[in-house]
Design a protein around this ligand. Structure first.
Ligand code: AP5
Length: 221
């Protein structure tokens, strides 16, 4: 199965994609995680990306397009994948269409996490992420706390705060989303593969709604 998640920052894309990747045993490809790994490695592309990420702006398209071309052709994507954060504007979406057609693939479903802006700041500023690059599990100090403060339940590594999770940056990231990413909702609606999910519910209820949607989808395919 090939899935794509859309939704504003803090809507729960990473959380739901991690749950779904474990459930469906398919790869979760997060553009943000891939970019943060390049930043941590100190590659030229990573250092360039950081200057945009620290301002809440989109990293230039060629960086993302090269990154996803490379990842999607890898063997561990052959049985499906879940995309989180790419494509993020119309130009990336058109490049992604080309990638799909070159690989003779199609997207099964685009899941759009719908939520008002109001709760997003609280979700983002309370986020904690496992520092282990092979884990990256997402927590929240209030809504999904770890069993031991600042320690990952799964791998026992330290939890950290993302450098772009600052209140003043959330406004910029949201404005970037509304201007550049939101038009993708109509783009995929026109392709008749978009499903809206109410992301204001608890994480578990959002996950259950997604699973129900995907079960219906496999019945009709
Ligand atoms: P990226 O890492 O993709 O960040 P984002 O899209 O801003 O999304 P977030 O990771 O903030 O939120 P999320 O929806 O994944 O929420 P999460 O599940 O963590 O991108 C970062 C930057 O990289 C961008 O700003 C840009 O610079 C660059 N970039 C990335 N992709 C790019 C691209 N394609 N092109 C150009 N540049 C790109 O949840 C948030 C918190 O809420 C967590 O603490 C979680 O525990 C909690 N939570 C989740 N669900 C619920 C719930 N239902 N109820 C209560 N709390 C919840």
């Amino acid at each position: 199965m090939r899935l794509l998640f859309l939704g504003p920052p803090g809507s729960g894309k990473g959380t739901q994609c991690q749950l779904l990747s474990n459930e469906l045993k398919i790869r979760h490809l997060s553009s943000g995680d891939l970019l943060r790994a390049s930043v941590a490695q100190g590659t030229a592309a990573g250092l360039e990306a950081k200057t945009y990420m620290d301002k809440g702006l989109l990293v230039p398209d060629p960086v993302l397009i090269a990154m996803f071309k490379d990842n999607l052709s890898q063997e561990n994507c052959h049985n499906g994948y879940i995309l989180d954060g790419f494509p993020r504007n119309l130009s990336q979406a058109k490049s992604f269409d080309d990638m799909l057609s070159n690989l003779h693939q199609f997207l099964d479903c685009v899941i759009n996490l719908e939520i008002d802006s109001e709760p997003l700041t609280l979700r983002i500023t309370g986020r904690r992420v496992c520092a282990n690059k092979n884990c990256l599990k997402v927590y929240h100090t209030k809504f999904n706390p770890p069993q031991v403060e600042n320690v990952c339940d799964d791998c026992k590594c330290e939890l950290i705060i993302r450098s772009d999770d600052k209140e003043d940056l959330v406004k910029v990231r949201l404005a970037t989303y509304f201007e550049q990413t939101q038009p993708l909702i109509e783009y995929y609606q026109l392709k008749k593969i978009l499903v809206n999910i109410d992301a204001s519910q608890s994480s578990q209820n959002v996950f259950n709604s997604i699973l129900t949607t995907l079960k219906e989808l496999t019945k009709t395919h």
